[in-house]
Design a protein around this ligand. Structure first.
Ligand code: NGQ
Ligand code: ZN
Length: 458
């Protein structure tokens, strides 16, 4: 049991002064009070502003090690998502389990230092380079879990089911062979992952992730989902126009429309990259209660398109943010990129703002709720029963000077960056202090060695 005391904190009912909270041995908040003198045993956080910390709902950690290696135009002329994917396939062909773990640990350190307390790892690099499962089919899942535990980040592991190379049902080829290819292999893997996660921290969650409608035939989707009767369900849905057209040709409907019509999409679901939706799809997804998983920096980098954010929020849609390819890990910038994409399209300002809250507050509140929901994580608010996922900002940061309440969030998200993040607790584990993760040096050194080993891969 420990207690904290902050002069200013964001609680479910708004900004409150002199906030004390206690955290139980299980990492959950047991009590919150406001407007009272600090309890004798509480650790004071002078000069800090305490917020609930976000969950990052979509990450492929290994892609961090490709950042900066895919920014030239290839010989084929037009560079695209699909040519980037070819490079990514070349990269996955050489990664070892130890390298996968080293890269994941570095990403998790950076996510924590950026202000995220938890991550949804959409993990599909399951098999060896020859396409055969490792002796423990969950070998690489457990590498991810080990990296999470070493860094203290809250993990929702989303083992990915990847059966076909495209909508025509072709088998996996080349770099894709590491992703699986058989439902019986995946079943064994999912159960091995469940067994391997049993002794991990209590906030660890296991879900399931059909990669996309390109990779899982409709006839097998229901059978696969039966493996995981209660955890979160994530999939890539409508990121590229070519993908939308191909799904329409193969299944007779656009991806979001097809999924809503053919699966029981509800609060357990997270539709990652719901980029391309008609107005009808936008309204229907909002009404489903599912979360749209938005990855603004990666979606911009890959040239995906612009999410229908204004219409979706107006319809009451839920969203959270993910760092996806992790090419740049920056929490404030993810939300800012999302917001600016809307302003540029609409040639207007503050399009996503839901008064009386400011834009920064609207975005942050939405990403808190959507992230926690998508990860199946009891978090997203400083309230009894929730995990103590907390972030403390530097009240003396220049971008916050002279700002109060919601404008503090606007100062951070629009005028600042993640250097204002000072301390992070994930389910009560305090792993970042004074802006630095406690194991940064060791993990960073291993990551440097790893990227040097991989420098020739692309
Ligand atoms: C992925 N990434 O699984 O890493 C994908 C690319 C695909 C994003 N969609 C591969 N951003 O969608 O086929
Ligand atoms: Zn993805």
């Amino acid at each position: 049991m420990s207690s904290l005391f902050a002069e200013l904190a964001l609680l479910p009912d708004g900004w409150r002064r002199d906030v004390a909270l206690t955290i139980g041995a299980d990492g959950r908040i047991t009590a919150v009070t406001a407007g009272q003198a600090p309890p004798a045993d509480a650790q004071a956080l002078p000069g800090r502003i305490l917020l609930p910390a976000l969950a990052n709902l979509h990450s492929h950690t290994f892609q961090r090690a490709m950042a900066g290696l895919t920014e030239a135009r290839g010989a084929a002329g037009q560079d695209s998502f699909w040519t980037w994917r070819e490079l990514m396939y070349r990269f996955v062909a050489v990664l070892t389990p130890a390298q996968i773990e080293a890269i994941a640990a570095q990403v998790f350190v950076e996510l924590l230092e950026a202000g995220y307390a938890a991550v949804g790892e959409f993990h599909y690099l399951h098999h060896g380079p020859d396409g055969r499962p490792y002796a423990n089919p969950a070998e690489t899942c457990l590498r991810i879990a080990a990296a999470a535990q070493a860094t203290g980040i809250g993990l929702t592991l989303l083992p990915v089911l990847y059966l076909t190379g495209d909508l025509d049902g072709r088998p996996l080829a080349g770099g894709q062979r590491r992703f699986g290819g058989r439902l019986d292999d995946f079943t064994a893997l999912w159960h091995a992952a469940a067994a391997g996660l049993a002794d991990r921290p209590a906030d660890t969650v296991l879900g399931i992730a059909p990669h996309s409608l390109r990779a899982v035939p409709p006839a097998l989707l229901g059978e696969a989902l039966a493996l995981c009767p209660a955890g979160p369900i994530h999939l890539h849905i409508a990121e590229q126009v070519r993908e939308v057209q191909a799904v329409e040709a193969a299944l007779g409907a656009r991806p979001v429309a097809w999924l809503l019509a053919n699966q029981p999409v509800d609060r357990r679901w997270c539709l990652v990259h719901a980029t391309h939706m008609t107005p009808a799809e936008t309204g229907a997804l909002a009404a489903s209660g599912a979360v749209a998983g938005l990855c603004p920096i990666t979606e911009a980098n890959l040239g995906d398109g612009i999410f229908q954010g204004a219409a979706y929020l107006a319809a009451g849609g839920r969203f959270g943010i993910g760092s996806d390819s992790n090419l740049r890990i920056a929490l404030a910038e993810e939300l800012r990129q999302l917001d600016y994409s809307q302003r540029l399209r609409d040639q207007a300002r503050a399009v996503l703002c839901q008064p009386p809250r400011s834009t920064g507050r609207t975005l942050y509140d939405a990403a808190l709720a959507g992230g926690a929901q998508a990860l199946g994580r009891a978090a997203g608010a400083i309230a009894p029963g929730r995990f103590a996922d907390l972030v403390a900002l530097d009240a003396d940061a220049l971008c916050l000077a002279g700002r109060r309440d919601d404008r503090l969030l606007d100062g951070w998200l629009f005028a600042g960056d993640d250097r204002v993040v000072m301390d992070i607790w994930s389910a009560g584990r305090r792993v970042v202090e004074g802006g630095r993760h406690h194991a940064r040096d060791r993990i960073e050194q291993r990551y440097r060695q790893t990227v040097r080993q991989l420098a020739g891969a692309l």
